[in-house]
Design a protein around this ligand. Structure first.
Ligand code: KG4
Ligand code: ZN
Length: 335
């Protein structure tokens, strides 16, 4: 759909985002974060919905202004239909529906997880298929066999927590402020990643389990702080580096097994956790080691953003997948 001009809207969790995609190129990609959740140490769904309601109009206006696109120039509206927080999804979804009805243009409901994979389709080079994708976000951890944009098969998945949750909950145990995931990465930069050993749960095949490694960290910190009250403060960098290494090694261990099993033509990394510098470095090294093209999105396309929604919308529109005005949001799953 070379001549489409698509407005993308993302509101699945605590970021209100809007992007404009014209003829396959991103002209604007803006996000309003929600600092209010910092006071509570995590996302409060009701507050998230209210903040989306306040942010959505200014963010969409700003995206259109940045792209120098008038409402009348739009040819379709893409929005996150799910999975996510119900109230948050309703705000973005209803806004998108209103615009679609008002302008008389197609509405495209996008799966948030498929959109994270689509972040690999925004900039060149194009992925060689089949691509094996490691999707690591705050809510999901999956290995996907991607045969084309429309054909994605989950071949491995976490049976409990997501990798991002393991980072964020680990950060909480270390008393780092919310959002803690990025702070683990930051502190790890100056630490010794071999100093402490943390072990992940053993699950068969290509599935993951992250709840055990978090408990492992909890018991370790309890024991050490009994012996030395300021253990965490004095060893923060080494703990972060060792914990982060253990999580990333585990992610890549299973992913390597998947490469051996599925023999892809390329590999891709997507989702908010792919913002972590160590994961980007190690994933790239894995590509070199296995002799495979390795795709990692630009930093701004890793965490929740609307550019990935707009590009996913373009592929869906090309294949005739538009969404009915009465379509409901969904909170879970890849549908
Ligand atoms: O994809 P995402 O933004 O939201 C979900 O769809 O869940 O992923 C959020 C996760 C968080 O758990 C956090 O650990 C990680 O992405 N993350 C980061 C950064 N921003 C988010 N990790 C390192 N550096 C960042 N800047
Ligand atoms: Zn996400």
């Amino acid at each position: 759909m070379q001549y489409s001009t698509i407005l993308g809207i993302e509101s699945s969790c605590d970021d209100t985002a809007a992007a404009v995609l014209k003829e396959g190129k991103i002209l604007a990609n803006l996000t309003a974060g929600q600092a209010i959740h910092e006071n509570y140490g995590g996302v409060v769904p009701e507050l998230a919905s209210r903040a989306h309601q306040s942010n959505i109009l200014p963010v969409v206006h700003a995206a259109l202004n940045t792209a120098q696109i008038q409402l009348q120039d739009l040819t379709a509206i893409a929005y996150t239909r799910g999975p996510g927080l119900m109230g948050s999804l309703h705000v973005g979804g209803n806004f998108a529906k209103g615009l679609s009805l008002g302008l008389g243009i197609p509405l495209i409901g996008v799966n948030h997880l498929q959109a994270h994979v689509s972040s690999l389709f925004i900039d060149p080079p194009s992925p060689k298929f089949p691509m094996l994708c490691l999707l690591v976000s705050g809510g999901h951890t999956q290995i996907l066999l991607v045969k084309s944009f429309m054909e994605m098969e989950i071949v491995g998945s976490t049976i409990d927590d997501a990798a991002g949750e393991a980072f964020d909950k680990g950060a909480k145990l270390l008393s780092l402020p919310y959002p803690g995931g990025p702070l683990i990465d930051k502190n790890a930069a100056n630490g010794d990643d071999q100093k402490y050993a943390f072990t992940a749960g053993k699950v068969p095949g290509l599935d993951y389990s992250f709840s055990g490694i978090k408990t492992n960290l909890l018991y370790f910190l309890r024991k050490q702080t009994e012996l030395q009250a300021n253990f965490i403060q004095e060893n923060l960098a080494d703990i972060c580096a060792s914990y982060q290494r253990a999580l990333i090694d585990y992610l890549l261990l299973k992913f390597k097994l998947a490469i051996t099993e599925y023999k892809p033509q390329s590999i891709g990394l997507a989702g908010g956790v792919s913002a972590k510098s160590r994961l980007r470095r190690d994933f790239n090294a894995l590509g070199v080691q296995m002799g495979l093209d390795c795709l990692i999105p630009k930093f701004e396309y890793c965490t929740d953003n609307a550019a990935m929604i707009a590009i996913a919308g373009m592929y869906l529109l090309e294949s005739g997948n538009t969404t009915a005005i009465d379509a409901l949001p969904y909170t879970r799953g890849m549908v």
